[in-house]
Design a protein around this ligand. Structure first.
Ligand code: ADP
Ligand code: ASP
Ligand code: MG
Length: 823
């Protein structure tokens, strides 16, 4: 039967200063359902570290330990002064003075002898909890809540080990029964972390051990609930400091929590669950800074839902590899090996044995590496001497990355997903182990890869495989329209298609904005305007390619050749590229080949549908034709939306120059219309199409008939516009001649695999499809082996921000679908 007790435990961060003590008191007051509260407290934030450091300073002969001790005392005095009215302070200050006198005496001994024992360290490091408990209890009393405080050393009797302790339950229980008879208050503040050895000496439950104190007390009191209050919303799918995408777990089993903690999830001490299991006491993890969040419930049932619940890493590991032909088929080697290590207290965190039995490989904490090696050298002296064991190798600087979940056992393919995520992130795996309970899979990796590995496996299991971290370069007409389009579709894509597009950076020539998770795009224009951060391409790209996202893409919405020069390097890094920028595909043939081979080798997508015909499916159509084995005989088309508009409008009612002027004032041409009329833009598109069908050519190889009269090619824009009417009659002659033959004039590009590429003015009969263009239409005729004599036609508006941005967006979705298929 459960008692009326509940246990609350507050960690160091919840008790960092006076303000937080008040917050804790307020939380406790809010928990009105609990009749009797045992409130376990850690030391104030950082105090245990500071106490341990005092010992280190004294041992190395640094007299500064004295002033550091005074500073620590002053921190506690300040809290007392803030939390208690003056008439209640003195007893606490006296206790503090007396403790610090003792501590300084002990430290002086260490300072003089330059040595200390484990017992000394245990004695000193446990003081933080003594002070913290007294301060909270006094504060509660001062705010009219009757409470007492308890030094847990008077109850908890434990057997200290090197890395863990075991509780002497019998004696601890009997002391607790005695103590319960004397308790006079419903609220008792109890020191976490500290306990006594069986011979009555002060000891601790090891670092982070206050969680364990709470569950020991929970068991002793047969508490209804144990609530561990900390600084996060619960147990999360990974350490949120390392994985920004980590999610709070609503519910996990005792075993899952134990495994996660064992593999380094600091949110709870690994020993905490054991005492709670017997009486099935639920453990709740909740956030002091967000008490309204529901938190995580740790209980006895395997929750349903995800098969893998969480991930964790343990750093500071070494991998020891014992190798020898003499081990094959010899029974009891593993027993002797691990027995020897156990005898000296080495904690083996993970074991991986090759099935050939030729080697045993295991991971242990770095601090025990020397001890382990010498122990094994002694234990296997004879085998080493007779060369039956050839090597005891130690690999330093290792970490373990682990996946944990009760339901993993029922789901095939988890290990495959785990290791392929590590492989994709280029994490080198040194050893592998799967717990026999199949509740965890773990791998030893290089220390330097630890964060990347954690993020990669987390992303593989927690994010949709179609989650893309996106960086947009250029926020002008096309870039801006693209972001606007994305904004309206993002939620639907996520909800209905699991395509999770995160714009995590926008960069333009003046500024950039970066965000961790990918911001809402609601007011993106404002936040780019107010960013105040200078653009820095390298840090932008590094940010976009965050390793907690499965994929990264850069959308280059500029026309910059300088940016295009970076593409091979981005692709090499594993970043996908989407762009309407023609510069990369029309650079030198050598550059083009590099681009292609890098994209192929790295399996990275480079998508540029909008470089020809804006949003029209021109490149994709061409690819379909080629990939299905058709042979392209000729591509001919009106490929400039601007010039298409000009000739569609040029019907003889207005002079040619006026139409150009008019198109310019409507923003249809470049500010200098010669950039359109020169034909270079069309030539670039031809190069892109020609290279697509395998032709080997440079931009300079395209024969271009420029529409800019020779005499107006140099000089200012004004000179050009001023001089253009002088050529109106020549243009009108061309038009009339065509009309006489019932023809229209079109400015077209032609790709002929045999004769090369040309941009030219050509006449077409009125019945020809090219005569039926209007507005800024592009039209392309693919004459192929299959589409002959009737060509395949693609026609539609081929310019303008909306259709171009739409095409870029479509490329992005194409990318998502490629990635979705490559889990
Ligand atoms: P306290 O002082 O309350 O004992 P700790 O610092 O010991 O707090 O533990 C809380 C911290 O544990 C969090 O701030 C978080 O960074 C870290 N942590 C590591 N792994 C996890 C995880 N899986 N879920 C939640 N927090 C985690
Ligand atoms: N104060 C101790 C530590 O810092 C115990 C705890 O906080 O859980 O390790
Ligand atoms: Mg802790």
């Amino acid at each position: 039967m459960t008692s009326t007790w509940v246990v609350h435990k507050f960690g160091g961060t919840s008790l960092a200063d006076a303000k937080r003590y008040r917050q804790v008191a307020a939380i406790l007051r809010g928990e009105v359902k609990d009749r009797k509260k045992a409130i376990v407290v850690s030391a104030m934030h950082g105090v245990t570290d500071a106490l341990i450091e005092l010992v280190g300073l004294a041992k190395t002969g640094k007299e500064v330990y004295l002033s550091c001790a005074d500073a620590l005392k002053a921190r506690h005095v300040a809290a007392i002064e803030s939390l208690l009215p003056s008439e209640r302070r003195q007893p606490l200050i006296d206790a503090l003075e007396s403790d610090f006198k003792d501590i300084k005496d002990v430290l002086r001994g260490i300072y003089l002898s330059r040595t200390f024992s484990d017992r000394t360290l245990e004695f000193i490091s446990g003081h933080g909890e003594l002070w913290s408990a007294q301060v909270l209890s006094a504060h509660l009393n001062a705010t009219e809540i009757a409470s007492s405080w308890l030094d847990a050393r008077t109850l908890f009797i434990v057997e200290p080990g090197d890395t863990a302790v075991s509780v002497d339950w019998e004696r601890t229980k009997s002391r607790t029964s005695e103590w319960l008879k004397t308790v006079k208050t419903d609220w008792v503040v109890v020191t976490g972390f500290i306990a006594s050895t069986c011979d009555g000496l002060p000891t601790t439950l090891k670092r982070n051990g206050s969680d364990f104190s709470a569950s020991i007390l929970g068991k002793l009191l047969n508490a209804r609930i144990i609530t561990i209050w900390t600084d996060v919303d619960g147990v999360m799918s990974a350490d949120p400091r390392l994985v920004p995408e980590a999610a709070v777990l609503e519910y996990i089993s005792y075993q899952e929590a134990t495994e996660l903690a064992y593999f380094g999830a600091k949110v709870i001490h690994p020993s905490t669950m054991a005492p709670a299991i017997e009486n099935k006491i639920p453990i709740w993890i909740r956030n002091t800074f967000n008490p309204s969040a529901p938190g995580t419930k740790i209980h006895n049932k395997a929750g349903n839902g995800r098969s893998v619940k969480g991930f964790a890493t343990v750093d500071g590991m070494v991998l020891i590899n014992v190798e020898g032909t003499g081990m094959i088929g010899v029974p009891g080697v593993a027993n002797r090996l691990f027995g020897a290590l156990r005898d000296v207290g080495v904690s083996v965190v993970m074991i991986s044995q090759a099935s050939s039995e030729q080697s045993i490989c295991f991971a242990i904490p770095e601090v025990q590496a020397d001890l382990a090696r010498t122990t094994l050298e002694r234990a296997f002296f004879a085998e080493l001497h007779h060369n039956q064991i050839q090597m005891i190798g130690v690999t330093d600087n290792c970490s373990i990355v682990a996946a944990v979940g009760d339901n993993m056992v029922d789901h095939p393919g988890i290990a495959g997903k785990f290791f392929s995520a590590l492989g994709r992130a280029q994490v080198n795996i040194r050893a592998i182990a799967q717990g026999s309970s199949e509740r965890n899979i773990s791998a030893v990796i290089d220390r330097g890869d630890s964060r990347k590995a954690l993020r990669a496996v987390h992303a593989a299991f927690y994010l949709s495989n179609q989650t893309i971290s996106i960086g947009v370069i250029g926020s002008g007409l096309i870039g801006g329209t693209f972001i606007d389009q994305l904004k309206t579709q993002m939620e639907t894509l996520k909800k209905e298609f699991k395509i999770d597009l995160r714009v995590r950076g926008i960069l333009n020539s003046k500024t950039m904005v970066l965000s961790e998770k990918g911001r809402s795009l609601e007011n993106w224009r404002d936040y780019i305007k107010n960013s105040g951060v200078s653009p820095d391409l390298e840090s932008f790209v590094a940010h976009v390619q965050a390793d907690h996202f499965p994929h990264a893409a850069i959308v280059d919405c500029t026309a910059s050749a300088e940016l295009a020069a970076h593409y091979p390097c981005w692709l090499k890094r594993g970043i996908h590229i989407i762009t309407p920028n023609k510069k990369a595909n029309t650079g030198t043939m050598e550059f083009y080949r590099t681009l292609r081979s890098v994209s192929r080798d790295r399996n990275c997508h480079y998508l540029y549908e909008t470089t020809v015909g804006a949003g029209l499916p021109i490149i994709s159509t061409l690819r379909d034709l080629i990939q299905t084995g058709d042979e392209v005989l000729e591509i001919e088309g009106v490929l400039s939306g601007t010039i298409s508009y000009i000739f569609n409008t040029f019907d003889g009612t207005k002079p040619f120059s006026e139409i150009v002027q008019d198109a310019r004032s409507k923003g249809y041409t470049e500010p200098d219309p010669r950039e359109d009329l020169s034909g270079v833009d069309v030539a670039r598109k031809l190069v892109i199409l020609a290279r697509e069908i395998g032709l080997d050519l440079e931009l300079g190889d395209v024969r271009v008939e420029s529409l800019v009269p020779e005499l107006l090619r140099d000089g200012s824009i004004e000179d050009f516009l001023h001089g253009l009417p002088g050529h109106d009659s020549a243009m009108m002659d061309l038009l009339n001649r065509a009309r006489d033959r019932d023809q229209v004039i079109r400015y077209v590009g032609v790709v002929d695999p045999k004769k090369g590429c040309a941009v030219q003015l050509k006449n077409y009969p009125r019945s020809h499809v090219f005569a039926r263009t209007s507005g800024s239409d592009n039209i392309v005729a693919f004459k192929t082996h299959r589409y002959n004599p009737q060509p395949l036609i693609v026609q539609g508006p081929g310019a303008g921000p909306a259709v171009t941005a739409g095409g870029v967006f479509a490329d992005l979705l194409r990318l998502a679908s490629y990635l979705g298929g490559s889990a």
